[in-house]
Design a protein around this ligand. Structure first.
Ligand SMILES: Nc1ncnc2c1ncn2[C@@H]1O[C@H](COP(=O)(O)OP(=O)(O)O)[C@@H](O)[C@H]1O
Ligand SMILES: [Mg+2]
Length: 311
């Protein structure tokens, strides 16, 4: 079921157009990934979605209602975790959360309950009385996420929440996303890290230069544009005869050698691997290792734009 509908969204700044007519839908209960390189327009799109920035053109509907006409709709429905940390460094984590809670009109017993609830999600109850300036980057991120959850939003939007943090906090954040989603929250996860989007998201939109260049289920996207697998096989000895025979196998597109490894680009035909293994065993070549690189979101992006995501 469609929860958010974006129609022809445009944002012009003085000198450039950051978002050039985006239209897509986000379904209730999904983890939707917005993937794109730096400067693609992800943060600008998210700022418009959450009501912080006025679109130059276009419409945003939540549950069928126009959020540009009714701004409180977006404020109540969405919890935003901005790319830049929005916390007061000289206040403690707990004081920061009380501040943000009051911004959402929470008070009294309810506010107290919500603050301890989100501190538990961030796994930082024992550090709540320390000032934010004494926190590590990862801990600040976790409090930033906690602040966005105080008003029990229906939708959580996270803008590059793992940039520049320690692996432990990163894992904590990724697992929190999974848990919140399993409890029913719709999540929009923005990143230029394709591994995270691949791990978390079921549907993905890829943006580049302010435009949506692909959208769909993760597996469909991978299947639709990247039909090549790379296979690396390390064998005990390589001789010209083996290579000749390997080249003749149906579906092998090209073949390179690197030390004792044969690197094969194939058309994705699943029978290739067993044909290769048959051949090597017939030729008495001992197999030392095998690695198969299947298409990923990076290859999807490369295929669509001719560039790597992190160029
Ligand atoms: N406040 C602003 N004024 C002018 N240009 C901006 C502003 N914010 C972002 N931009 C430009 O808009 C484009 C998209 O930026 P942004 O939405 O931050 O991309 P992303 O989040 O995908 O890295 C970039 O070219 C950026 O330089
Ligand atoms: Mg950004």
């Amino acid at each position: 079921m469609c929860l958010i509908k974006i129609e022809n969204l445009v944002k012009e700044y003085d000198k450039n157009t950051a978002v050039k007519g985006l239209s897509f839908e986000i379904n209730k209960g999904e983890v939707f990934g917005l993937l794109g390189p730096n400067g693609a327009g992800k943060s600008t799109t998210i700022s418009m979605l959450s009501g912080l920035l006025k679109p130059t053109e276009g419409k945003i509907l939540i549950d069928g209602k126009d959020t540009l006409k009714y701004p409180m709709l977006a404020k109540n429905a969405i919890g935003l975790v901005p790319q830049d940390i929005a916390l007061y460094p000289t206040l403690t984590a707990k004081e920061n959360l009380y501040f943000w809670g009051r911004m959402y009109n929470l008070s009294g017993k309810l506010l107290k309950e919500r603050v301890s609830e989100v501190l538990e999600i961030a796994n930082l109850e024992d550090r709540k009385n320390e000032t934010i300036k004494s926190y590590s980057g990862g801990m600040k991120r976790r409090i930033n996420i906690a602040a966005a959850l105080l008003h029990h939003p229906q939708i959580l939007i996270m803008d590059e929440p793992t940039v520049g943090i320690d692996p432990q906090s990163r894992n904590h954040i990724l697992e929190s996303v999974k848990k919140l989603n399993s409890e029913g929250m719709t999540i929009i996860y923005t990143s230029h890290y394709m591994e995270e989007i691949e791990y978390l998201c079921t549907r993905i939109g890829i943006v580049d230069h302010g435009k949506l260049i692909a959208i769909g289920e993760k597996d469909e996207l991978k299947k639709s544009v990247a039909k090549q697998d790379k296979i690396e096989i390390e064998i005990s000895q390589i001789n010209p005869h083996i290579l000749e025979k390997a080249k003749e196998i149906y579906g092998v597109k090209s073949l390179d050698i690197n030390d004792n490894k044969i690197i094969i680009n194939s058309c994705g035909n699943k029978n290739i691997l067993s044909s290769l293994l048959d051949l090597f065993s017939k030729m008495n070549a001992k197999i030392l290792s095998i690695k198969v690189d299947e298409p990923n979101l990076e290859s999807v992006f490369l295929n669509l734009t001719g560039r790597a995501l992190r160029d």
